[in-house]
Design a protein. Structure first.
Length: 522
C-alpha cells in the first residue's frame, strides 16, 4: 500500500507569508535606506541654499554699508567742490578750506584725510595738522585720472599707502574745474582701510570664510580674514567676474576662490551707485563637516528606527507609510496655507511697486502713532512728499521709466527710516509720506530736507523740469499731545506745508509746527 503525503495548506500559506514578510522587509529596508539618503541629500541641499541666501544677504548689507560710506564721502567732496569753484568764479575768499576739511573729517569716522591739490599736484589744503614738505601727488592714479577726465563724477581708486602717515587708504577723488571747464586741481578724500577692517570684524564668520570688498574691475580693497598682502589683488579670473556678474547684480553660487583656492559658497552684490562689489563666502568643507556632525544623531536614530520597523512587520510598515503620506500632505497644505497668508498679508499692507507701506497700512499706522503720542506725551511728525512735475515725467519718458523713478524715490525713503518706529509709505500716485514718532519739529524738518537733498543728488534726468532733473517737495507738520490733532487734521497741515513748498519754487521743504499756532488756527 502506497502512502501519499498531502501538503498542508497552512504550510504553504505560512511559507508564502514568511516570503511576503521577508520581501516586505527587504523592500522596507531599501525604501527606508533610500528615503534616508534622499532626506539627507535634500537636507544638505537645503543647508547649501540657506547658506547661499545668508551669504547673499550679508553681501547685500555690506554693499549698502559701503555705498553709504562712499556717499557720505562724496557729499563732503561736493560741498568743498562747490565752495572752491565759487571762489574761483568770483575771486571772493571763502572760509578757510583746511578748517572745513578738519570739521568734515571730525564728523565722518571713515575719513583718513581730506586734501586739495592744485593743477600741478601741489598740496594746497588738507585736514592734517601739518603739510609735509616737497610732496607732489601729480603721479598718483587718481590725479592723472581726474586731469584727463572732464566728467563731474567721483573716482574710487585702488588702495594706496598714504605718503603722509603710511596708512592703507582708499582714495576717492573729484575734479575741480574753473568756469570754462579748465583743470584746476583735485579734491581727495581718503578712507581708512581699517574702517572696513573694524566694521567687518563685528560679523562672526569662520576662520576659512571670507568677506571681500572689491572694485568693479576686480581689484581687492579689503578681504577678511586675509592679510594685507591680498589688498590690490586682481580677481578677474574668478567665476564671479567671468560668469555671474555678467548675468546679475546680486546672487549666489559655489566655486573655488581665486584668493586661496578654497571651495566656498558665495553671495555677492554690486552697488547701484558706485563701482564696488561685496562678496561673502562660506567654506564648503567646513560647512559640510558641521552638517555631518549635526546629523550624526539623526543617522543613528534612523538606523534604530529602521530595525524597529523591520521587527514590527508588515502592519507597522503599512501604518508608517500611511502616516508618512499624511504628514507629507499636511506639510504641503501647511506650506501652501502659509505662503498664501504671506501673499495676502503683503498685498494688504505693502505697495507692490515700491515695497513701502501702502495707503491702508499708512492710515492704520498713523492712527496708532497719534494714540501712542497722546499716551506718551511725545511729539509726532508727519512729512508729506510729492515728486515735482511727475506727470510731465511720465508723459516724457513713459510709465516704465516713471515706475523706476518711483522705486528710486522709495529706496531713498526706506534708507531714511532708520528707526523701527518710523514708517515710510506710498500715499498714492507720486505722493509719499513719512510718519516719525517721537520726532520734534526741528528733527522732522531736518529729515525732510535730507530726503529732498537725497533725491536731488540722484540727478535723475527730467527734461520737463526747470532744473533738468527729478526733484521732490516736502511738507512737515508736527503735533504734541496738547494740540489734540486728529489724523485728518494732521494730514491737512502737512499738505498745506507741502503746497507752500510747491508755491515757493518746489525742490524744497516747508513745515508747520502745530503747537506754536494760535488756538483759532488749530
Amino acid at each position: 500500500m502506497q502512502l501519499k503525503r498531502k501538503m498542508d495548506p497552512r504550510t504553504t500559506s505560512d511559507a508564502g507569508l514568511q516570503q511576503s514578510i521577508v520581501l516586505s522587509g527587504l523592500f522596507l529596508i531599501i525604501t527606508v535606506v533610500g528615503m534616508s539618503i534622499w532626506t539627507l541629500r535634500e537636507d544638505w541641499l537645503g543647508t547649501v541654499r540657506q547658506t547661499q541666501q545668508t551669504a547673499m544677504n550679508l553681501a547685500l548689507s555690506q554693499s549698502r554699508q559701503a555705498e553709504d560710506t562712499f556717499l557720505q564721502t562724496e557729499l563732503s567732496l561736493r560741498q568743498m567742490q562747490r565752495d572752491l569753484q565759487l571762489q574761483l568764479a568770483t575771486h571772493i575768499q571763502g572760509a578757510d578750506l583746511s578748517n572745513t576739511m578738519r570739521e568734515l573729517q571730525r564728523r565722518l569716522p571713515q575719513l583718513h584725510g581730506l586734501f586739495y591739490y592744485d593743477a600741478e599736484g601741489k598740496w594746497i589744503a588738507t585736514s592734517a595738522e601739518r603739510v609735509p614738505n616737497n610732496i607732489n601727488n601729480s603721479d598718483r592714479e587718481y590725479f592723472t585720472f581726474q586731469r584727463s577726465n572732464h566728467r563731474n563724477s567721483v573716482h574710487i581708486s585702488p588702495v594706496i599707502t598714504s605718503r603722509s602717515t603710511g596708512d592703507l587708504v582708499i582714495p576717492v577723488s573729484l575734479r575741480v574745474s574753473d568756469a570754462s571747464g579748465g583743470f584746476k586741481g583735485v579734491l581727495l578724500a581718503t578712507i581708512k582701510v581699517d574702517f572696513f577692517r573694524r566694521f567687518y570684524s563685528y560679523y562672526e564668520i569662520g576662520a576659512r570664510d571670507v568677506l571681500v570688498l572689491m572694485l568693479a574691475d576686480s581689484t581687492v580693497l579689503y578681504a577678511r580674514p586675509m592679510p594685507d598682502s591680498y589688498i590690490g589683488k586682481n580677481l578677474s579670473a574668478s567665476p564671479l567676474f567671468q560668469e555671474m556678474l555678467a548675468k546679475m547684480d546680486r546672487g549666489s553660487g559655489q566655486w573655488r576662490s581665486v584668493l586661496d583656492g578654497q571651495p566656498r559658497i558665495f553671495g555677492f552684490a554690486r552697488s547701484d551707485r558706485y563701482p564696488i562689489i561685496v562678496a561673502a563666502g562660506y567654506n564648503s568643507d567646513d560647512l559640510f563637516h558641521v552638517w555631518v556632525n549635526g546629523r550624526a544623531q539623526d543617522i543613528l536614530l534612523s538606523i534604530i528606527l529602521l530595525l524597529t520597523i523591520i521587527l514590527l512587520g508588515t502592519f507597522q510598515l503599512r501604518q508608517a507609510r500611511r502616516v508618512l503620506r499624511y504628514q507629507q500632505e499636511l506639510t504641503l497644505l501647511r506650506d501652501e496655507l502659509h505662503n498664501a497668508n504671506l501673499t495676502l498679508n503683503k498685498l494688504a499692507h505693502v505697495d507692490g511697486l515700491t515695497g513701502l507701506a501702502n495707503r491702508r497700512e499708512f492710515d492704520r499706522f498713523l492712527r496708532e502713532a497719534l494714540t501712542h503720542a497722546a499716551a506718551s506725551g511725545k511729539p509726532l511728525s508727519l512729512i508729506m512728499m510729492d515728486i515735482d512735475f511727475f506727470k510731465h515725467y511720465n508723459d516724457t519718458y513713459g510709465h516704465i521709466a516713471g515706475d523706476k523713478c518711483l522705486k528710486m524715490v522709495g529706496e531713498v525713503l526706506a534708507s531714511v527710516t532708520g528707526r523701527r518706529s518710523d514708517m515710510a509709505a506710498r500715499y498714492g500716485g507720486e505722493e509719499f509720506a513719512l510718519i516719525l514718532p517721537d520726532t520734534t519739529f526741528g528733527e522732522g524738518m531736518t529729515i525732510a530736507n535730507r530726503v529732498v537733498e537725497a533725491v536731488r543728488v540722484m540727478q535723475l534726468p527730467h527734461v520737463a523740469s526747470p532744473v533738468g532733473h527729478v526733484t521732490l517737495s516736502a511738507g512737515c507738520a508736527t503735533t504734541v499731545t496738547a494740540a489734540a490733532v486728529s489724523a485728518v487734521k494732521l494730514l491737512e497741515y502737512a499738505d498745506h506745508a507741502l503746497y507752500q513748498a510747491k508755491r515757493e519754487g518746489r525742490d524744497g521743504a516747508k513745515g508747520m509746527n502745530i503747537a506754536s499756532l494760535p488756538e483759532e488756527q488749530k
